[in-house]
Design a protein around this ligand. Structure first.
Ligand SMILES: CCCCCCCCCCCCCCCCCCCCCC(=O)SCCNC(=O)CCNC(=O)[C@H](O)C(C)(C)COP(=O)(O)OP(=O)(O)OC[C@H]1O[C@@H](n2cnc3c(N)ncnc32)[C@H](O)[C@@H]1OP(=O)(O)O
Ligand SMILES: Cc1cc2nc3c(=O)[nH]c(=O)nc-3n(C[C@H](O)[C@H](O)[C@H](O)COP(=O)(O)OP(=O)(O)OC[C@H]3O[C@@H](n4cnc5c(N)ncnc54)[C@H](O)[C@@H]3O)c2cc1C
Length: 678
């Protein structure tokens, strides 16, 4: 890690401030790093991989991407993404470190991979969706045909589902794939302008192939959206296939501008029958349709990606809160006590309130994403054996955690930007780019409100089952109708008691929403209208339920961690802060359900202040324990050595506008104006 510090009084002061923070550390940092990495051996492995990639000059950028044209930015990131694969394919040491096949995907999606390609990796969709779609939706023969070529990069794919007219409502897709038994081909067609595929990452110029979701028609009947493998570009020339399909890029976005998100239209484009991914449903040569065991199996790729997004949200928030916390230790502003030296802004309780809960959130997402990932593997494992029983639970869990982690992370990154004052608005802080990347996850892979409503659907269904006396799945087993009972006594505000209070609050909210829904139906509304009229409340149930889930996973994760008492101490304080922060921020849910009393709330608010003070000395040591390399942070404000101001000035000097004292634009535009009256 670069720890070179320019010797000036200001630099010395900044370094002294951040060094003093490190001296306050109350726990062995390597233990926290290992908890997050999944073991000390994994930490060593990650560092070695980072070293191998970061020491490679090919990954250096000649200039900041913001100064490049749209096309040059794309080319620069594509260059690095391809070099990453080339390096992986040709280096046995790297392959051993990251693992042969899955490794390249993990590498691309890791903190390192995301940092090396700065504003969106043009190959992301290939690894995150195209390959998983073939794995999850293709037969063994289809996997044999496509996977090898896709892993090595001989073909590059994307996942083309969303259209101009429909993203959320998958059943509303307009692209058709009509089976023609005479030629044993499917004919792909975009019947209207709104049927144009729109948004898929890498579709613009990078992908040679796509998994296209289209309405399957055979023997005159529509069977809903199904996945098809479609070649888009010529294998040798990369030219679009003339006449039948037309792809391009959709133009600049808020962020992720080097992902070449694209559009695609089909004009009676023919593909072989065997290009329908047929693991779950098949079309036979004569056009007979064989149904899947569950018609939502075609949505399986999205379930995987929703889980993957939770890990990405975790990493993005980690980066942002590291930047803002280190900066807050170096930045001095105003006076706490008149006449006394300006304090580090981290001394202000309000600043601690911005940052410390976000540090806790990193751990909250970490423990719950691990848990959902385990559930994903268990459920998909039992699905291989034909058992689909837990699919609805997995769907609800992955929707809930994707929505919660992406909104927590995007909101958290924005809080970090604000916590850095004006300087957080500078591109060189890296906070703007982290924000625009993170906020996209609120929309893609299922817009969050829509996902909350899917969770609510599961909750209400489960609650109704519970009312009939049926046993529920583990993640919702607490949803039994409960009589309003007396609140927990102030002496019982242990962590477990607070988690229990969450359970009671959610049960109460769900019971209320279910009753309101029923009332609407009883008053003569059709179910769907009654549902819509309660949907604000329903989304709220889903949010509080998912928060409860993260609290529970955080607490059990800390209790189970194999660490020293000092480390368990700091993690327990963080977990406590997470619980108290979310309860005090949502008091109404707990008060009206009787889960907690106004006196409890007062006690918890007092405790919140004490927790901020107790965690304040460990703020910088905790973000240091995230162990993020300076190159991965890529921030003038967050660098390890704290030498913020010199770095900012150095970066500003590099602006192309500063390469000439008087820019050409002055002579062209400003001078004629300024001299007009002379
Ligand atoms: C160790 C860690 C390792 C980790 C690995 C490492 C990997 C590397 C990591 C990489 C880092 C990442 C970085 C990212 C980079 C950028 C990527 C950008 C990608 C962006 C791609 C996209 O953006 S791509 C398009 C996504 N576009 C949607 O996301 C549409 C949403 N829209 C719907 O998804 C449906 O439209 C919607 C609403 C369900 C209604 O669907 P619908 O109308 O058909 O259904 P209904 O509402 O009628 O019914 C509902 C009934 O369906 C059941 N159900 C519904 N879905 C189900 C399902 N999936 N599975 C099972 N069951 C399901 C449900 O449980 C109900 O069941 P029930 O009836 O029993 O209650
Ligand atoms: C950066 C980025 C990358 C993407 N990459 C891909 C990709 O690789 N492949 C791909 O296929 N797609 C991709 N997408 C598309 C993405 O999946 C969709 O934009 C997303 O699913 C939301 O759908 P929509 O745009 O139709 O939003 P809309 O559904 O039109 O949402 C607009 C508003 O309507 C509300 N709304 C809609 N339906 C309901 C409902 N039933 N109940 C309540 N409220 C509702 C939403 O909450 C939202 O507030 C990408 C999008 C982005 C931004």
């Amino acid at each position: 890690m670069a720890r070179v510090v320019e010797a000036s009084a200001v630099a010395r002061r900044c370094v002294a401030d951040i060094t003093a923070e490190r001296a306050k550390c109350s726990f062995p940092q390597h233990e926290v790093t290992a908890v997050l990495d999944g073991g000390e051996d994994k930490t060593q492995q990650r560092r070695k991989i980072e070293e191998l990639f970061l020491s490679d000059p090919e990954f250096l950028d000649a200039v900041r991407p913001e100064y490049l044209s749209h096309e040059d930015r794309y080319a620069n990131e594509l260059r690095k993404a391809c070099h990453m694969i080339g390096k992986f394919n040709n280096d046995e040491e790297i392959q051993q470190l990251v693992g042969q096949m899955e490794g390249i995907r993990t590498l691309m999606g890791s903190g390192l991979g995301v940092a090396l390609t700065k504003d969106g990796n043009p190959l992301a969709l290939h690894f995150v969706m195209f390959l998983p779609a073939i794995m999850g939706q293709g037969t063994v023969e289809q996997q044999g045909e496509w996977m090898g070529r896709a892993w090595t990069g001989e073909i590059i794919g994307t996942y083309a589902q969303t259209e101009l007219g429909h993203g959320t409502f998958l059943r509303g897709l307009e692209t058709t794939a009509t089976y023609d038994p005479a030629s044993q081909e499917f004919v792909l067609h975009s019947p209207t302008i709104t049927a144009t595929k729109w948004w898929p990452g890498g579709l613009g110029k990078t992908a040679s192939h796509a998994v296209v979701m289209a309405q399957l028609y055979t023997q005159g009947q529509c069977h809903g959206p199904h996945p098809f493998i479609v070649q888009l570009r010529h294998q040798d020339t990369h030219c679009s296939l003339p006449g039948e399909s037309h792809a391009g890029e959709i133009g600049p976005r808020l962020g992720m501008n080097t992902n070449d998100n694209g559009f695609l239209r089909f004009t009676h484009h023919r593909i072989p029958r065997t290009h329908l991914l047929m693991k779950h449903s098949q079309v036979l040569e004569d056009g007979t349709y064989i149904k899947p065991h569950n018609n939502k199996l075609a949505y399986g790729t999205m379930v995987f990606v929703r889980v993957a997004i939770c890990f990405d949200a975790y990493r993005q928030l980690q980066r942002a809160v590291t930047i803002a916390t280190r900066y807050s230790a170096v930045r001095r502003q105003s006076e706490l006590v008149p006449g006394q030296p300006e304090p580090q802004i981290l001394e202000y309780q309000t600043q601690q309130y911005k940052l410390l809960p976000l540090i806790a959130t990193v751990f909250g997402i970490h423990f719950s994403a691990r848990s959902v990932w385990d559930t994903y593997n268990e459920v998909t494992g039992s699905m291989q054996e034909g058992n689909l029983d837990r699919l609805p639970e997995l769907h609800a869990l992955s929707c809930g955690l994707k929505a919660l982690s992406s909104s927590d992370a995007a909101g958290g990154v924005e809080t970090c930007r604000l916590a850095c004052g004006g300087h957080g608005y500078l591109a060189s802080s890296n906070l703007p780019r982290i924000y625009t990347t993170t906020t996209a996850a609120i929309t893609y892979e299922g817009e969050n409100t829509v996902l909350w409503l899917q969770v609510a659907r599961y909750l209400i269904k489960s609650y109704r089952e519970a009312c009939k006396g049926h046993t529920l799945r583990q993640s919702v087993s607490y949803l039994t109708p409960q009589p309003a009972s007396s609140s927990a006594s102030p002496s019982n505000l242990s962590n477990h008691a607070l988690v229990k209070a969450f359970r009671r609050a959610v049960s109460h909210l769900v019971a209320e929403a279910a009753a309101r829904l029923q009332k609407g139906c009883d008053a003569g509304m059709i179910f769907e209208h009654a549902w819509n009229s309660c949907s604000v409340q329903l989304a709220r149930c889903a949010q509080v339920h998912t928060r409860y889930f993260t609290c529970e996973k955080f607490l059990s994760g800390v209790e189970r961690a194999e660490v020293s008492e000092a480390t368990r101490g700091v993690l327990t304080r963080l977990c406590r802060l997470y619980l108290v922060f979310h309860i005090t921020n949502n008091q109404g849910d707990f008060l009206r359900s009787g889960a907690l009393s106004p006196q409890d709330m007062s006690a918890l608010e007092g405790e919140l202040a004490a927790l901020l003070a107790a965690l304040r000395p460990d703020a910088v040591p905790l973000v240091d324990a995230f162990d993020i390399h300076d190159r991965i942070l890529d921030s003038t404000l967050g660098c390890w050595d704290g030498n913020v101001y010199h770095r900012m000035v150095e970066e500003a000097e590099k602006s192309p506008l500063n390469q000439k004292d008087v820019p050409d634009a002055y002579h062209k535009y400003l001078r004629p104006l300024m001299k007009a009256n002379l």
